[in-house]
Write a protein that binds this ligand. Structure first.
Ligand SMILES: NC(=O)c1ccc[n+]([C@@H]2O[C@H](COP(=O)([O-])OP(=O)(O)OC[C@H]3O[C@@H](n4cnc5c(N)ncnc54)[C@H](OP(=O)(O)O)[C@@H]3O)[C@@H](O)[C@H]2O)c1
Ligand SMILES: *[C@@H]1O[C@H](CO)[C@@H](O)[C@H](O)[C@H]1NC(C)=O
Length: 329
């Protein structure tokens, strides 16, 4: 025979019943939603198999991570950058790291984005190998660590040439074949500095703002040809970008800034870019909440943004003076 329940046991049963129902009501829709989302993404991911993907700046950092991500998804990747030996290393890594994944051998294609005249023949070469291009990822780029007054216009031209004109030239020469097939996707790797500029980065921010404008015009123009355009704007990623950034003397910065070092991993950024490509998104910011907030603030309350940047520039000037004084000692 069952013992009669005490009042305490009864009320604790009631508590668990309420608790269970409430948490189920909260988590069930979320679980179902995320399962559908994941299912959709994995289904779309299968569609990437065999796609021809050009990645510029594939010899290091984000481009290298993108090479792994798209190669793993079964793509025919074409790795572009200036340093052939680094591209060969990435190619070897792909073959070794993912040896059990049935994919297509990566192609190495050395190119200099600032050599605009050489770009048409490079694209021609790709079209001879793979017949068409499905996705172009304009990722190659350089940054700056230089103030406006002490750096010559050569710095601005160099950065604009690689980041902006290089990507424009790649896009223009890939487009005709995409339009002909009525299929394709062009990806621009911009930066949150394509949304708002900060001091000591004028040339870089300008090149990324230009990229934003170009991609917005392009998206509208090629919509009728079923060519999709995506621009991604990440915040700090832990790569060699600040190491290679140009200073006012035209030489490399040669240091990894603490902001860059504490940035997200290139793998995380590249997974997010893959998702945006799969979902055919148009304009994606990959950044912590605060940075997204600043991007909104720039347009909603510009005066606050101007004030904050003045403070930042002042701090930089003091730091530069201190550095100078230390050098003299
Ligand atoms: N790291 C960040 O915090 C961050 C944040 C937002 C956006 N991004 C963007 O992410 C992209 C990749 O940068 P990363 O962070 O991965 O830096 P990274 O490690 O320095 O990689 C830059 C890549 O661009 C290539 N490149 C540079 N100049 C080139 C040229 N003239 N011609 C062809 N390729 C060239 C480099 O290869 P070679 O030297 O072999 O040519 C390298 O593969 C850039 O567009 C950058 O603006 C980076
Ligand atoms: C700002 O630019 C100057 C060169 O003009 C450079 O020496 C300095 O290191 C830069 N500061 C930072 C914090 O990047």
């Amino acid at each position: 025979m069952m013992k009669p329940q005490t009042d305490v046991a009864k009320s604790s049963n009631f508590f668990w019943w309420i608790f269970g129902s409430v948490s189920l009501a909260l988590t069930l829709p979320y679980t179902i939603f995320s399962l559908i989302w994941q299912f959709k993404q994995s289904k779309l991911k299968n569609e990437l198999a065999g796609k021809v993907v050009i990645i510029t700046g594939a010899s290091s950092g984000l481009g290298e991570a993108l090479a792994h991500t798209f190669y793993m998804a079964g793509c025919k990747v074409i790795l572009c950058a200036r340093r052939q030996e680094e591209l060969e290393r990435v190619r070897k890594d792909l073959l070794e790291c993912h040896s059990c994944v049935p994919t297509h051998p990566p192609v190495v294609l050395p190119l200099d984005l600032s050599d605009l005249n050489a770009i048409p023949e490079k694209i021609q070469k790709i079209l001879e190998i793979h017949d068409h291009v499905d996705i172009l990822i304009n990722n190659g780029g350089i940054s700056v660590r230089s103030d406006i007054v002490s750096s010559s216009v050569d710095i601005d031209i160099k950065v604009m040439l690689v980041n902006y004109f290089g990507s424009v030239a790649m896009t223009k020469h890939v487009l005709p074949s995409m339009i002909k097939r009525k299929e394709g996707q062009i990806v621009f790797v911009s930066s949150v500095q394509g949304k708002f500029a900060i001091p000591n980065r004028s040339a870089y921010a300008a090149s990324k703002h230009a990229m934003q404008a170009f991609s917005d015009s392009l998206r509208a123009e090629v919509h009728k040809d079923n060519v999709k355009v995506l621009i991604v704007s990440p915040s700090y990623i832990n790569t060699a970008l600040s190491l290679n950034a140009l200073t006012s003397t035209g030489r490399a910065h040669g240091m990894t800034d603490s902001e860059t070092a504490s940035g997200m991993s290139p793998e995380k950024a590249s997974e997010d870019i893959l998702k945006a490509v799969l979902m055919q998104q148009k304009d994606v910011i990959i950044a912590p909440l605060f940075i997204r907030f600043v991007a909104k603030l720039r347009h909603l309350f510009p005066e606050i943004y101007f004030w904050a940047m003045q403070k930042r520039a002042k701090k930089l000037a003091i730091k530069m003076e201190l550095d100078e004084a230390n050098k003299k000692d």
